[in-house]
Design a protein around this ligand. Structure first.
Ligand code: ATP
Length: 142
């Protein structure tokens, strides 16, 4: 149950978000079931939500889980620093960190490459849309 995995992750993230003045919202109206490797799928989602909180100073992080045209869809949207067009082509590469992120401590630039790899081996699509200084949205279709 993807719903169960996400509820569990969000219960932990909620506390971190509150420490940062981030309004955290989970929208999920049905129990969504998928097939795959439990630990890897959990890890992939943690990476996306963790990044949304990490790259947002204050504002909103919204996690949405729904079904659309026989596909299960997860979106993780934030109102954070955003990603430039240049960086968007590179963030899924190993060890890549955007300029703004490099000034922060404690990152390796590996998270998203791992998330993308986990999506790929499950034949899920993971895409990103972003506007600099406005926010970022990752969409996972399963
Ligand atoms: P680590 O994975 O060790 O935490 P990281 O967060 O830098 O390090 P990735 O998760 O691979 O590494 O992300 C790569 C880069 O993509 C980040 O350094 C950051 O520049 C950018 N990025 C990822 N998610 C977001 C987001 N939600 N908003 C803005 N930038 C992001």
């Amino acid at each position: 149950s993807l719903t169960e995995i996400i509820e569990n992750i969000c219960a932990n993230m909620d506390i971190i978000a509150k420490n940062k003045d981030i309004d955290f919202e989970l929208i999920n109206n049905e129990d969504i079931l998928i097939k795959g490797d439990y630990d890897k799928i959990r890890r992939m989602i943690v990476i996306l939500i963790d990044n949304a909180i990490k790259y947002t100073e204050s504002g909103k992080v919204t996690v949405k889980l729904y079904t659309e045209k026989n596909k299960k869809v997860l979106t993780v949207e934030d109102t954070g620093i955003g990603i430039s067009k240049y960086d968007m082509d590179r963030i899924f590469d190993r060890f890549y960190r955007a300029d703004k992120a490099r000034h922060r401590e404690g990152g390796t630039g590996l998270g998203l490459s791992i998330a993308k790899w986990i999506a790929d081996i499950h034949k899920f699509s993971l895409t990103v849309e972003s506007v600099m200084d406005e926010g970022t949205k990752f969409t996972l279709k399963m």
